[in-house]
Design a protein around this ligand. Structure first.
Ligand code: PLP
Length: 444
């Protein structure tokens, strides 16, 4: 890899934007064009500046290639599955082909069921509705991979929440001990933390689950657009993700996995499209024969453009290649980490002392300043969009010692080193100002 960094500046020395700009290394361009890259936003001083979008982990902007394909599909859009008209047939083919594209992008098994959902949250709620017995989860999860397991609708399943340890190694041992202690149907884990970006060792987690007779569900919301994933070679039984975090707009998500649980469970939604035959005459109010496969759980008119945009995003991401994506993020991460380390009072968040890989997410706090104050300052005075709060991971934020929340910068294919440098310059100025000229910014 080409070195793009200078040595980190000592954290004891106060640095200025002018000092750091020269020392950060050469310009890193965007990896791929995204829609909205040239959006101008107003500042409180009346100027407008180009928006620095450092909030990809919340929702990534559409890749331009995805937007173009979706716009083309929109021109030929009609109802799916029911119409004999040409556009209906075309749209149905597109919708069904989207399943195959997703399956091959995540290297699923040929007979895996691919259900289009509203988002990851919906996908994991669907997974919860088909899972027969106990589920083991970590306490570091996004609520989407915690609450569906902790609130079973019929009491047939328990969520067994394992406290993550300070290292990945110890956490794997704790999970293994829990799975060995009593049978469980499923281990449900995140692939990458939405708070710190740290990547978990999915193949090892899958081996642990399988060794104890459990299946594994991977919440890939923060990984699928950033690393190569192979359900077959990682041994993943179920995978959930959202289109809007993977450069695909239009609000759809995916749950893909082994078909037997899908087919054995009650339909996720009751209604048209999920049925083979319905008879409500006389006493036969329950005389409904349901489809098997994806249709069983997709009642109602589906989000065709959502599915098409996910498929287009998969194609675009495959074209970019996981190596190029990973390298782009690594360079930006290194630049951001070195810059943050040089700013007094900025403290990066980390869960595991031994994590070796991280997607383009940096969670941090600024001493003495509430996360919302920092985020508003970055937006109002510098046109930089970051996320602040508890990131739907309240147990994790409490464990990290920040129950009031933190700030998160996140990036991806459309990010340049200028975006990162602007954040570092703004934080440098904020940290320099905070003790004297900003007494009102005390932590709330
Ligand atoms: C790791 C993780 N899982 C699940 C979700 C929920 O995704 P969605 O809001 O698209 O349902 C998120 C969203 O931030 C996430 O980061």
């Amino acid at each position: 890899m080409t070195a793009v960094l200078s040595a980190p500046v000592s954290s004891s020395a106060r640095v200025t934007p002018a000092d750091t700009a020269a020392s950060r290394g050469r310009f890193i361009p965007a990896l791929a064009p995204v829609v909205g890259a040239d959006v101008q936003v107003p500042l409180t001083d009346g100027r407008t500046v180009a928006y620095a979008n450092l909030d990809y982990a919340a929702s990534a902007p559409a890749l331009s290639a995805v937007a173009a394909e979706v716009a083309a599909a929109l021109g030929q859009y009609a109802s799916v599955h029911r119409g004999a008209g040409h556009l209906s047939q075309l749209t149905t083919r597109r919708y069904e082909a989207a399943r195959d594209t997703v399956r091959s992008f995540v290297r699923g098994r040929p007979d895996d069921t691919v259900v289009f959902t509203r988002n990851t949250t919906d996908a994991i709620n669907l997974a919860a509705s088909i899972t027969p017995a106990d589920v083991v989860v970590l306490d570091i999860e996004h609520h989407a991979n915690l609450l569906p397991w902790c609130t079973p609708k019929d009491g047939r399943r328990r969520a067994r929440v394992v406290t993550a340890c300070d290292t990945i190694e110890d956490t794997l041992a704790a999970l293994e001990a829990e799975l060995a202690s009593a049978p469980a149907s499923l281990l449900a884990v995140t692939a990458a933390s939405n708070v710190t970006g740290e990547v978990l060792p999915i193949s090892r987690l899958a081996s642990i689950a399988h060794r104890h007779g459990a299946r594994i569900l991977v919440d890939a919301a923060q990984l699928v657009a950033h690393r190569a994933l192979s359900m077959v070679s990682h041994g993943i039984d179920y995978l959930a993700f959202s289109g809007h975090k993977a450069y695909a707009p239009f609000g759809a998500g995916v749950l893909i996995g082994r078909s037997d649980w899908f087919d054995a469970a009650d339909p996720y939604l009751a209604g048209g499209g999920a049925t083979l035959d319905v008879d409500v005459s006389g006493t036969r109010q329950t005389g409904t024969t349901w489809h098997t496969g994806a249709a069983r759980h997709e009642a109602g008119s589906p989000n065709v453009l959502g599915a098409v945009s996910i498929a287009e995003a998969c194609t675009a991401l495959a074209d970019l290649g996981p190596e190029a994506i990973g390298l782009h993020e690594l360079r930006l991460c290194e630049r951001l980490d070195a810059g943050l380390a040089a700013i007094d009072g900025v403290r990066p968040l980390r869960i595991f002392a031994d994590s070796a890989d991280r997607v383009g997410i940096a969670g941090f706090v600024v001493d003495g300043l509430a996360p919302r104050v920092v985020a508003e300052y970055l937006s109002d005075e510098h046109g930089i969009g970051v996320r602040d709060g508890k990131f739907c991971a309240h147990p994790l934020l409490k464990r990290l010692g920040h129950p009031g929340g933190a700030v998160r910068a996140s990036f991806g294919a459309g990010t340049t080193s200028d975006d990162v440098d602007r954040l570092l310059d703004a934080l440098t100025a904020l940290a320099a100002d905070a003790p004297t000229t900003r007494p009102e910014l005390d932590e709330g």
